[in-house]
Write a protein that binds this ligand. Structure first.
Ligand SMILES: C[S@@+](CC[C@H](N)C(=O)[O-])C[C@H]1O[C@@H](n2cnc3c(N)ncnc32)[C@H](O)[C@@H]1O
Ligand SMILES: Nc1nc2[nH]cc(C(=O)O)c2c(=O)[nH]1
Ligand code: SF4
Ligand SMILES: [Mg+2]
Length: 208
């Protein structure tokens, strides 16, 4: 299978339960909830995205002919040094492309595979840490995983409904943008203690 990769880079996980962890980020191109074009943002199903996932022209981006070539890139970016190998597959929407062949190739190189997904597609089997981030107005089919990370505020999302899904960790993350509100995210954590505040720390410290 050919994989379309926007960018691939070594950084620290900036969000969620594993925030602060050294990780190679593998960003797949393309999403099923927005074209990625600004002209389409206002009418997209997901309208607050902070990411450019269009094309394959980012750092180490490109078309990869097979899983081995892509896993080799991830391993090269991790480097020979420290163990505790972690790759975060994201996008765009990674479940459009992530397959068993790539997960297996990464596992054979001793990587734990974490994924960031909008939950509208069933997660590929074999992921070691699954983070689902629901978008209002969409049908979330993946209602189990390790962490549910909700960008807030989003009108039309019922927190009580999400609390009934099968996730070990509930994170509330301030939306970065004109509709965002740190205060409203803090209020959720104060009113509903199962939800913990997730901040986009990479943006605070100047990491990609
Ligand atoms: C860019 S998305 C890619 C993965 C997947 N498509 C998803 O939405 O979960 C990665 C994470 O960034 C979050 N995110 C996107 N735009 C954001 C924004 N403006 N403010 C805060 N978090 C945002 C998403 O909700 C998701 O948790
Ligand atoms: N450092 C860093 N952490 C992240 N956590 C989730 C991200 C994403 O865009 O999927 C992201 C990202 O883009 N950078
Ligand atoms: S679903 Fe994820 S990648 Fe797609 S537009 Fe929304 S935040 Fe961005
Ligand atoms: Mg990001």
């Amino acid at each position: 299978m050919t994989y379309a990769i926007k960018e691939c880079f070594l950084t620290l996980q900036g969000e969620g339960v594993q925030s602060g962890a050294r990780a190679v980020f593998l960003r797949f191109a393309g999403c099923n909830l927005w074209s990625g074009r600004e002209a389409d943002r206002a009418t997209a199903q997901c309208r607050f995205c902070d990411t450019d996932f269009v094309g394959t022209d980012g750092v180490n981006g490109g078309k990869f002919a097979d899983a081995e070539a892509l896993a080799d890139l991830v391993e090269r970016l991790w480097g020979e040094g420290p163990e505790q190998r972690l790759v975060v597959v994201t996008g765009g929407e990674p479940m459009l492309q992530l397959d068993a062949a790539l997960i297996d190739a990464l596992h054979r190189r001793r990587f734990r595979v974490a994924a960031e997904s909008n939950g509208t597609l069933a997660a590929t089997p074999g992921i070691d840490w699954l983070c689902i981030s629901p978008k209002a107005g969409t049908q979330v089919v993946q209602r189990s995983g390790d962490e549910l990370k909700l960008v807030w505020p989003q009108a039309g999302i019922d927190l009580a409904e999400l609390e009934g899904w099968d996730f070990r960790h509930l994170l509330i993350q301030p939306m970065d943008g004109p509709e965002g509100s740190v205060a409203e995210a803090i209020a959720v954590a104060m009113d509903r203690p199962r939800w913990r505040l997730s901040l986009q720390t990479h943006k605070m410290v100047g990491l990609a």
